[in-house]
Design a protein around this ligand. Sequence first.
Ligand code: PXP
Length: 242
Amino acid sequence: MRLGVNVDHVATIRQARRTFEPSPVFVALIAQQAGADQITLHLREDRRHIQDRDLELIKELITIPVNLEMAPTEEMREIALRVKPDRITLVPERREEITTEGGLDVLSMREYLKNYLKPFKEEGIEISLFIEAQREQIDASADVGAEAIEIHTGKYANLWNEHKFEEAKRELKKIKEAGIYAKGKGLRVYAGHGLTYHNVKDFVRELKGIVEELNIGHSIVANSVIFGFERAVKEMLNLIKS
Ligand code: PXP
C-alpha cells in the first residue's frame, strides 16, 4: 500500500501559538525525503490548522502527489482550481467537530456534486470522496463521477484501540466487502482516519490488494514529537509496505 502523510497536525501545533513554527511545509519535504508516496492536507473552512499559504507552498515545492482534503464549498472549489493539487478528497465538515467524524453523504448530494465536480474533471484533477463503507454511498460516488473513494476507518480504529478485537474484525470485513464492491465499479480504493502504528497492522494484512493507499496523520505527527518526523514516517512505511 502507498502512504499519504497528512501534515495537518504539524500546523495545529503552530496555530496553538499563531507563530511560524513548526512548518507543515518543512515537514512535508522531510516526509517526501523519507519515502512517503503522497502529502495530504485538509484546508478547513475555519483554518484551524493548515493555512492557504501552506497549501500553496506545498504544491509548489513537493514533487510527490498532493492530496487536498476539502469540504464541497464554493470557496474551496475556487482555491483548489487555482492551486491545482493532484487530487481532491471531498470530506464533510462541521465547525464544532474535533476531527472529520463520518463520511460524506454522497447519496443526498448527488445532483449538487455532479455539477460541483465538473471543473475538476476538465482540469484532470483526480476526484476522491471520503465515505463510509456502504454500497449506496459507493454507487452514488461512481454516479457523480468520482474516480476513487477513501473509506473512513475511524470506527475500525476506535474498536481496535478499545481492544474490541472481534468487533474490529467485523468492521474490517465490512471495509473489505465495500472495497471489493467499489473496485468492481472501477473505483480506486483508499482508506484512512484514526490509524496508528498498532491498529494499522491488522488492517494491512486484511486489506492488502484491495486498498491501494492509506492516509495517516495524527499518529505520525504524535510520534514525530518523540522520535522525529523522518523516523515516524519510515516506521509507518515499514508497517504498511510489509
Ligand atoms: N483521511 C481523511 C479523509 C481525513 O479527513 C483524515 C483526517 O484529516 C485522515 C485521512 C487522517 O486521519 P488521522 O489524522 O486520524 O490519521
